[in-house]
Ligand binder design. Structure first.
Ligand code: SF4
Length: 290
């Protein structure tokens, strides 16, 4: 049996920075909160909670005075910074620099009057943050088949300046298709179209590698949190090229007996999957078959 492990599997730069930052903050601060899950991974969250961090959904849940609140890699809406100031809360900002860059782009173009088309999921925390910089002149597009209606809206409302950006973890193939169709439809109507591919390079490389491994593998294992959007996308990509693709959160979910009928096992993991979870899976397979 051969195991192909993705070189890009596991924590990305932004998540690593936030998780390591959180560990450091625990050592240096009392009254430490984190707004939302620092990373979509149950095991990591449980460990941080054990060490004294409290996870909250809104700043209203902060009960102590002089509290410190961590902002995770996804970033937050503009108003959170103002609210924190009003409540005397100290922000420890671990928003990924790639996400901060998107906020900057959205704000700049929104202030110049551009209508912003954001590829991604409207309810994803990263996009909730980005939308707050769009001056309410935006749409979110998740699936390619939504594009026709959006183009119609642009033309009917005589919108003449459009910016296309994306969630950092959006599927590159879909983004390229949307870009192509927008160019086809908007340029001929003399609409100023600005394209900024804001898909994170780490995501792009991981998605490309997933595709390549899935093409070679007989069985493909994607490791990642159940609510991790980038893990879901890796599963989607792998499943397209390898019929036997599974998505698991921890090694306990691996159906090890099923693997004996396969020769090449591909392994990939989302940006929020710690090395320990990946190693657990590899160890279990090698112990049994290699
Ligand atoms: S996936 Fe990219 S943008 Fe998102 S946290 Fe990781 S490095 Fe930053």
């Amino acid at each position: 049996m051969e195991i192909i492990l993705g070189k890009t599997a596991g924590f990305c730069y932004g998540v690593k920075r936030a998780v390591e930052g959180a560990k450091k903050e625990i050592e240096e601060n009392n009254n430490l909160y984190c707004l939302g899950e620092i990373v979509h991974n149950k095991q990591v969250i449980e460990q941080l909670e054990k060490n004294g961090m409290t996870f909250i959904e809104t700043l209203n849940q902060v009960k102590q005075k002089n509290a410190n609140v961590i902002i995770r890699a996804h970033g937050v809406s503009k108003n959170i910074y103002e609210l924190a100031k009003d409540k005397n809360i100290k922000i420890k900002d671990y928003t990924c620099p790639n996400v901060l860059k998107i906020h900057e782009i959205a704000e700049k173009y929104a202030n110049e009057g551009y209508y912003i088309l954001l590829c991604g999921n409207e309810t994803h925390p990263e996009n909730i943050g980005t939308i707050s910089y769009c001056n309410e002149n935006y749409d979110v597009i998740e699936k390619e088949d939504e594009l026709d209606n959006i183009i119609q809206k642009i033309l009917e409302n005589k919108i003449n300046k459009v910016l296309l950006i994306s969630q950092t973890t959006y599927n590159l193939e879909k983004f390229n298709n949307i870009e192509k169709e927008l160019k086809n439809q908007l340029y001929k109507n003399n609409i100023d179209l600005v394209i900024k591919n804001t898909i994170c390079r780490a995501t792009e490389l991981r998605q490309k590698e997933t595709k390549e491994i899935a093409k070679k593998a007989d069985y493909m294992i994607i490791i990642g949190g159940k609510n991790s959007s980038n893990t879901k996308k890796l599963f989607e990509i792998a499943n397209k090229y390898c019929n036997n693709t599974v998505c698991i959160e921890t090694v306990e979910e691996l159906d090890i007996e099923k693997l004996k009928q396969f020769e090449t096992i591909g392994i990939m993991a989302g940006a929020s999957t710690p090395d320990e979870s990946i190693n657990d899976v590899i160890n279990k397979i090698t112990k049994k078959f290699v």
